[in-house]
Design a protein around this ligand. Structure first.
Ligand code: ZN
Length: 149
């Protein structure tokens, strides 16, 4: 990772951790799940309102965790709001591949997702970054709890 990219990555994590987007609780929500990452102590609750035609109408997250888990949830909720469930699953696959393999060309990705390639250098933090995505998928699939362990 070059220096410029590293700085961009760190700045983005810090900004989203300090001023997270979509943080709080929804007034109306029809799907929710709680995700735990015992290794780091992160716990997130994702609340989501899915329309009858399978679009994410609104989404919020709450809970507590490290800077990476909060920044990732903040960015994820911004990306998926207004998207369809099939689109969300594609984003999930891209994010997961990006963090666990180097097989995915970063140029093809939404830059808010591509920035997380920085986490690959810190394998212990991969679960922090992916927790919100696993929790969202669990919520969509009607599972109320997940754990990374
Ligand atoms: Zn963490």
């Amino acid at each position: 990772m070059d220096l410029e990219f590293r700085e961009l990555y760190q700045q983005l994590i810090l900004d989203h951790n300090k001023n997270p987007k979509n943080f709080g609780k929804l007034q109306v929500c029809n799907h929710q799940s709680v995700g735990m990452n015992p290794l780091c102590g992160d716990h997130l609750k994702i609340e989501v309102n899915i329309s009858p035609n399978q679009y994410i109408e609104d989404i919020k997250f709450s809970g507590d965790g490290c800077a990476i888990s909060r920044a990732s949830a903040s960015i994820m909720t911004s990306i998926v709001k207004g998207k369809s469930i099939p689109e969300v699953k594609i984003y999930f696959e891209q994010f997961h591949s990006l963090l666990t393999t180097d097989a995915i060309p970063e140029d093809d990705l939404d830059e808010r997702i591509a920035i997380f390639s920085g986490v690959r250098e810190f394998p212990a933090r991969v679960k922090c970054a992916t927790l919100c995505w696993h929790t969202l998928l669990a919520a969509v699939n009607g599972k109320e709890n997940i754990s990374t362990e």
